[in-house]
Ligand binder design. Structure first.
Ligand code: UDP
Ligand code: MG
Length: 308
């Protein structure tokens, strides 16, 4: 059993997390490892991790060379996990380690993926609740795989699922969608996320937006298709406008049409800019992928390497 935990400037949380996770994992009658992935922290996180790996042979740590983002940090941990099952969870105790036995139980009942669903809570903040709800609605409307609202990156996957997952090497990844896409037998557990143990959320609005866009762009060609339909529609509208202008001309009302010019100009420059943007997003992604860069690289690897 492997527990993968991405941490980014989580200095005040790591030890508490380590204690709770160890308590939960040690109570299971199976061997386990806790894999921390330090996502380029600037605080004492790597130091604490180094100490933990020396103290406890169940702990391993991968120190990334810089901040690669939550999704790639998780990926790094998953790539190195040796267990028969892998649990991914946050290091700020918002994914309660006390739920580990329940996840393992569901796995032993024969489920390959045990996905947790975060219940909407009042303290999540009005804006985050509303945007999250609408985001999942739009995402599901445009994407061919169903992504359950409230899905988090707190889940257990079987080794078989992990082996499949490791073959998906895209950069702009939305692990929730990938796991859904991979299939196998999946089951769900609902949970209420407690507040962060200490510190602030490491997701800025910019990171959140980027993450949201990755979810849509990675799963859907619909934004491209929409551009085609709107292009058709605006083409039709401009045809009608041209007919109108010719009609006016014939009827001798050919005062140079300032209004029409303005409308046409605004409408089309607007549409063009929007869809150049859409196309640009996809081309940007193609650009990222064709470089075939490694997804992440390590500054150090700490702890013992041993089959569990
Ligand atoms: N995290 C990370 N890299 C980042 C941002 C976050 O590894 O660039 C880690 C963070 O340390 C935490 C988990 O991802 O363990 C979830 O982040 P956070 O709690 O800030 O997100 P929130 O719960 O606010 O969605
Ligand atoms: Mg959190």
């Amino acid at each position: 059993m492997s527990i993968v935990v991405p941490v980014y400037n989580e200095q005040p949380n790591i030890e508490k997390f380590y204690e709770e996770a160890t308590k939960a994992a040690a109570a299971l009658d199976m061997d386990y490892e806790i894999i921390f992935v330090d996502d380029g922290s600037k605080d004492a996180t790597p130091l604490i991790l180094s100490r933990l790996t020396q103290q406890d042979e169940h702990v391993r740590a991968f120190i990334l060379a810089r901040n690669f983002g939550h999704q790639l940090a998780i990926t790094c941990g998953m790539d190195h996990a040796l267990g028969d099952a892998v649990i991914t969870m946050d290091g700020d105790l918002q994914h309660p380690p006390s739920m580990i036995p329940e996840l393992v139980q569901k796995w032993r009942e024969g489920n390959d993926v045990v996905q947790t669903i975060r219940e909407a809570t009042d303290d999540a903040g009005f804006l985050k609740r509303i945007t999250s709800k609408w985001y999942y609605r739009i995402l599901n409307a445009v994407s061919p795989v169903h992504i359950t609202p409230g899905g988090s990156d707190f889940r257990l996957i079987d080794k078989r699922v992990l082996e499949t997952f490791k073959q998906f090497r895209e950069h702009d990844r939305f692990i929730r969608g990938l796991i859904g896409d991979i299939g196998y037998t999946q089951t769900f557990i609902h949970f209420v996320a407690p507040k962060r143990y200490a510190g602030k959320s490491k997701f800025s609005v910019r990171k959140m937006l980027h993450f949201a866009l990755d979810g849509i762009m990675a799963y859907s060609k619909i934004p491209l298709r929409v551009s085609f339909y709107i292009g058709m529609l605006s083409g039709l509208l401009s045809l009608l406008l041209i007919l109108h202008v010719i009609y006016c001309n014939i009827m001798g009302e050919a005062v140079p049409g300032w209004t029409t010019t303005m409308i046409v100009d605004c409408l089309f420059s607007g549409f063009q800019l929007i869809f150049i943007g859409v196309i640009g997003e996809y081309i940007g992604r193609i650009f990222e992928e064709v470089k075939h860069r490694p997804l992440y690289w390590l500054r150090a690897e700490l702890g013992q390497h041993k089959d569990r």
